[in-house]
Design a protein around this ligand. Structure first.
Ligand SMILES: [Zn+2]
Length: 257
């Protein structure tokens, strides 16, 4: 019989939840308590009605997510927000969320796992956020078009597609960086330029990042926000299954982005 408090203590220590900085809406750690011991874990990228209904169907009573219940900011508990909370409480489902602590984790993190999924081996951090590196970078020698193909195959497994800024014929990726989710920004492009990165792999980014990338001779591969953040919650759920012997399920709910 493992209660939420035991799992939460383990996760908080593993992910260093207390010291990793994050955006206020992330609210890392336990977001919603429950009463019964945890008997099945459901992992998902987002909290949505669709995800909660699937967690209920899977008979899970702990929902592990990357973007938590408060990701959209402060809002009244009415309408869809009330419905989500009602379903969770009526089915005694706890919610544990981990945003940047899970992006940045050295073995279970979205960034290291996306690099591995694309056949890349990181040797340093990237995408500085206050005291931490959210992303990873490394060196290699792979045809950039081939890297894009791998990214596209990966994206299609999660209901998306990979896009990229124009890749010149025969262009090779020698110094790359990965930043999952909304990883392309003026800040990460600047950091890529100073670090001599030739290929930046991200989840998504605004149009101006593609324009700016071209000017500094950088290729940006956009793999999809959702797809790039499926890896961490899955790895974390598998880790809990191994540690506590509690079965877990991944709930796919692609957003198309
Ligand atoms: Zn995200």
């Amino acid at each position: 019989m493992t209660h939420l408090a035991t799992i939460a203590r383990h996760l908080d220590a593993l992910l260093d939840t207390a010291s990793v900085p994050d955006y206020p809406g992330a609210l890392n750690g336990v977001q919603l308590a429950n009463r019964a011991p945890i008997h099945r874990i459901a992992a998902a990228v987002d909290v949505s009605k669709r995800v909660i209904e699937d967690a209920i169907r899977a008979q899970a009573n702990l929902l592990l997510v990357h973007h938590g219940m408060f990701w959209g900011g402060t809002q009244p508990v009415t309408g869809a927000a009330y419905e989500r909370l009602r379903l969770l409480i009526e089915h005694d489902i706890a919610v544990y969320s981990s945003h940047l602590p899970l992006d940045a984790h050295t073995t279970l993190g979205n960034n290291v796992l996306l690099a591995h999924a694309l056949g890349l081996e990181p040797n340093a951090g990237f995408a500085r956020y206050r005291t931490i590196d959210v992303g990873v970078r490394g060196e290699g020698d792979v045809e950039t078009a081939e890297l894009w193909r791998r990214a596209d195959t990966f994206a299609r497994l999660h209901g998306g597609i990979a896009r990229s800024t124009p890749i010149p014929q025969g262009h090779r990726t020698r110094r790359w960086a990965v930043c999952t989710g909304a990883g392309a920004s003026s800040e990460t492009l600047r950091e890529a330029e100073t670090s001599g990165i030739d290929t930046l792999v991200v989840g998504e980014g605004p149009h101006h990042t593609a324009v700016a990338a071209d000017d500094i001779g950088l290729i940006v591969v956009y793999v999809g926000h959702y797809a790039t953040e499926t890896l961490g919650v899955r790895a974390l759920a598998d880790h809990l299954t191994t540690t506590f012997g509690i079965p877990s399920t991944f709930i796919a709910a692609p957003t198309g982005l």
